[in-house]
Ligand binder design. Structure first.
Ligand code: DOR
Ligand code: ZN
Length: 437
């Protein structure tokens, strides 16, 4: 495959990139000469080449809620969003707390073949927070689990969290914490602040997140372990991350696209499409999260793609499930909030959407530099394209996008996994053995 006239990281002069056998074999102005007949040509004039995106936080709902998403439909959404690897959270039904489930998720992802679906294992049995799951068994399965999380729930018992961290460092795996002190969020449905008070919605205080971030930083320090903070949502979390890093603690954090764009003023309509956990915060938090992502205090963007059925969203606010779609809109939201604002250039986008997430979780075939010899896990982006989001047009089974009818900048045109096109111009391409081209 020959990609012609592309800007690497959006920098310098357009060049050509030749791929063969799943790797980048040549980069330069005339590298395609002599290959004319048997080479698939991609004219990428005006487009940017980046390493394929890596999502540390996605909910694919299989097994158990295939009425809202499947590994098949979620993989399509991921490929269309420019992702070449995603981590599928463990809060499925049954919970991914055993190697049977984690191996199934990996195998099914490979069968579909559009993106590497890495299973996340549960930290505790049934996500109940009481007994550690069999992490070593899941880590040594075919699915090779390298990240564990009870996401959706916080591992709130400090002794269980301490043991999980100690165990994780000896196994060389990562614990990702959904930071929410549950005693402070009983019945909470919205950010605790003036908006929730006025609307009569029960509040979720910032301290519920921040107290767990601070506690887990200390536990990681003492265990000599690494901890990863899921969906950081407050200015205080950004400050705590700075403090912990200053102490030399091995802590990393992600922010979601929705927390980079939206704030709790969205709740005025009581439309539960805006209900998410942690909740949309205030404009000052949004500004702090953007600044933290720009300066590296927050390591990366992760979608927290959370598909939900119509009946679980189109109902009274308190009864609705929290979560929003994210895979197909992530790049455009990052372009809006970080690139158009001058906070990140395209090399910075490669860092926060591909390189850092791959490093955090230790994937050595993803998030690589655009250099000869590196695996061809790539995405082509048209920075000047604009598109209008329409939920039913997305590949997900569910339609709960908070960006409905919004016009957004930047579009993924092509996603390439190990040298093979998985998505092009809004269509996925299945592997040939499944009847694809
Ligand atoms: O909004 C959320 N949705 N936050 C979570 O932690 C879980 C997720 C889900 O599974 O729907
Ligand atoms: Zn979560």
């Amino acid at each position: 495959m020959l990609i012609k006239n592309v800007l690497l990281y959006g920098e310098g002069e357009p060049t050509d990139v030749l791929l063969a056998d799943g790797v980048i074999v040549a980069i330069g102005a005339d590298v395609g000469t002599g290959h004319d007949s048997d080479v698939e040509l991609i004219d990428a004039t005006g487009q940017i080449l980046l390493p394929g995106f890596v999502d540390l936080h996605t909910h694919l709902r299989e097994p158990g809620r295939e009425d809202t998403e499947t590994i098949d439909s979620g993989s399509a959404a991921a490929a269309l969003g420019g992702y070449t690897a995603v981590f599928a959270m463990a809060n499925t039904s049954p919970v991914a707390d055993s190697v049977v489930v984690t191996d199934h998720v990996w195998r099914r992802g490979q069968e579909v073949g559009l993106v590497d679906v890495h299973p996340v294992g549960a930290v505790t049995v049934g996500l109940e927070g009481r007994q550690l799951a069999e992490m070593a068994t899941m880590a040594s399965g075919i699915g090779g689990v390298r990240m564990f999380s009870d996401d959706g729930h916080c591992v709130d018992d400090p002794l269980i969290m301490r043991r999980a961290l100690e165990y994780s460092s000896s196994l060389g795996v990562l614990i990702a914490q959904h930071a929410e002190e549950p005693r402070l969020t009983v019945g909470a449905v919205a950010h605790e602040g003036p908006t929730a008070s006025r609307l009569g919605l029960a509040g979720w205080p910032r301290a519920a997140e921040e107290s767990i971030v601070a506690r887990d930083a200390l536990l990681a320090r003492d265990a000599g372990a690494r901890v990863h903070i899921c969906h950081a949502s407050t200015a205080g979390t950004v400050e705590l991350m700075k403090w912990a890093r200053g102490q030399g603690i091995a802590i990393t954090a992600e922010v979601t696209p929705h927390h980079l764009l939206l704030d709790d003023s969205r709740l005025e309509t009581y439309d539960a499409v805006n209900k998410v956990n942690p909740p949309l915060r205030e404009a000052s938090d949004v500004a702090a999260l953007r600044a933290g992502l720009a300066d590296g205090t927050i390591d990366c963007v992760a979608t927290d793609h959370a598909p939900h059925a119509e009946q679980d969203k189109c109902c009274e606010f308190a009864a609705a499930r929290p979560g929003m779609l994210g895979l197909e809109t992530a790049l455009s939201i990052v372009a809006t909030t970080m690139v158009r604002t001058g906070l990140l250039d395209w090399r910075g986008v490669a860092r926060v959407m591909s390189e850092r997430p791959a490093e955090i979780v230790g994937l050595d075939d993803q998030g690589r530099s655009l250099e000869v010899g590196e695996p061809a896990n790539l995405v082509l982006v048209d920075p000047d394209a604009e598109w209008t989001v329409h939920g039913p047009d997305l590949a997900s089974v569910s339609h709960n996008t908070p960006y409905e009818a919004m016009r957004l900048p930047a579009r993924v045109t092509t996603t390439i996994l190990r040298g093979r096109i998985t998505a092009r111009d809004g269509e996925t391409r299945l592997p040939a053995r499944l009847g694809g081209r």
